[in-house]
Design a binder for this molecule. Structure first.
Ligand code: AHR
Length: 304
């Protein structure tokens, strides 16, 4: 019988047919440079047309970039929101244009229907882990200073919350002071030097919300005449190569991994979204904790 209709095959998009816009934050840290490199090289390898914008830490620049991606009619938009708030309007414009939106790395404080998926670390858990490491290093007793990242950013807020939550279980540990070093090495050094001037020898531990600030703090502590990693225990987040070198030198005590190599996951997810295939709402990379005792053995395996 000739009554059967021919099923028409759905033609799925392939990587070389994808046009993706990504609104990056800037280049504040080694983590961020590794993240940008991962996105750029993955796009090159897969033959994806990528419009990569660098916002130089300005939310207004990220918003402009997103609007220009909408105007270009890209298939998928990605953004790593520099701060958590202030995104509702532009994200609604993306949704209105029917373009899938991926939050890569940092999250935004918006209703879930305003973006398609977030790919990135559990910052609260990273903060808990950092507190656990400092508690172990200080035997649950001591005064800590905190070097915070960019004010109002998801990793600064999440890591701070996880750290505070875990501190409740260590009554002998307390935070003397917190200062923002913007996730930048030179700023970490500057703030640590100021903290040492004020609190001097009463500082037992440092929680730096990223490795770059810890590396800056190490320099400040040495210039002050104390031994980083010995007189003052230091724990940070990211697990970049320089952190392993500092652990090998005995100057950094532990680093909590935050994986920046998100390029492959980003474009695999973008392709699924462009093809209307289902994706998870939050995709989390697997991450570990690294200490001095295994740093030398781990360094050759580090990819960033
Ligand atoms: O959003 C991730 C954070 O941003 C990294 O921990 C920090 O190094 C970067 O600048």
């Amino acid at each position: 019988s000739g009554a059967l209709s021919t099923p028409h095959a759905v033609k799925l998009k392939t990587y070389p047919e994808l046009v993706v816009g990504f609104a990056q934050i800037g280049a504040e840290s080694e983590w961020r440079t590794a993240n940008t490199r991962s996105i750029q090289t993955t796009a090159d390898q897969l033959g994806i047309e990528l419009d990569l914008s660098d916002a130089q830490q300005q939310q207004a620049n990220q918003i402009n970039a997103i609007r220009s991606f909408i105007a270009q009619g890209v298939d998928v938009i990605g953004v790593s929101p520099v701060v958590e708030t202030g995104w509702d309007e532009v994200f609604a414009e993306v949704k209105q244009a029917g373009i899938p939106l991926i939050l890569l790395d940092r999250s935004a404080n918006v209703p879930a229907e305003l973006y398609s998926v977030r790919i990135g670390s559990d910052f609260v858990e990273e903060g808990r882990r950092a507190c656990g490491e400092l508690a172990r290093l200080l035997d649950g007793q001591g005064s800590i200073v905190v070097l915070e990242g960019t004010q109002g950013s998801a990793p600064m807020l999440g890591r701070g919350a996880g750290f505070q939550e875990c501190l409740q279980t260590y009554p002998g540990l307390h935070v003397l002071a917190s200062q923002s070093g913007d996730f930048i090495r030179a700023r970490g050094k500057e703030e640590m030097a100021a903290l040492l001037q004020t609190h001097g020898n009463s500082i037992d531990g440092v929680f730096a919300q990223n490795d770059d600030m810890a590396l800056g703090a190490i320099e400040a502590i040495e210039e002050y005449g104390l031994r980083p990693g010995i007189d003052i225990k230091i724990v940070s987040i990211d697990a970049v190569r320089a952190a392993f070198e500092a652990m090998i030198a005995g100057k950094l005590n532990a680093t909590i991994e935050c994986n920046p190599l998100l390029g492959p996951l980003f474009f695999a997810t973008a392709l699924n979204l462009a093809n209307d295939l289902p994706v998870e709402k939050w995709i989390k990379p697997d991450e570990g904790v690294y200490r001095q005792d295994t740093a030398a053995q781990e360094l050759p395996n580090r990819l960033y």
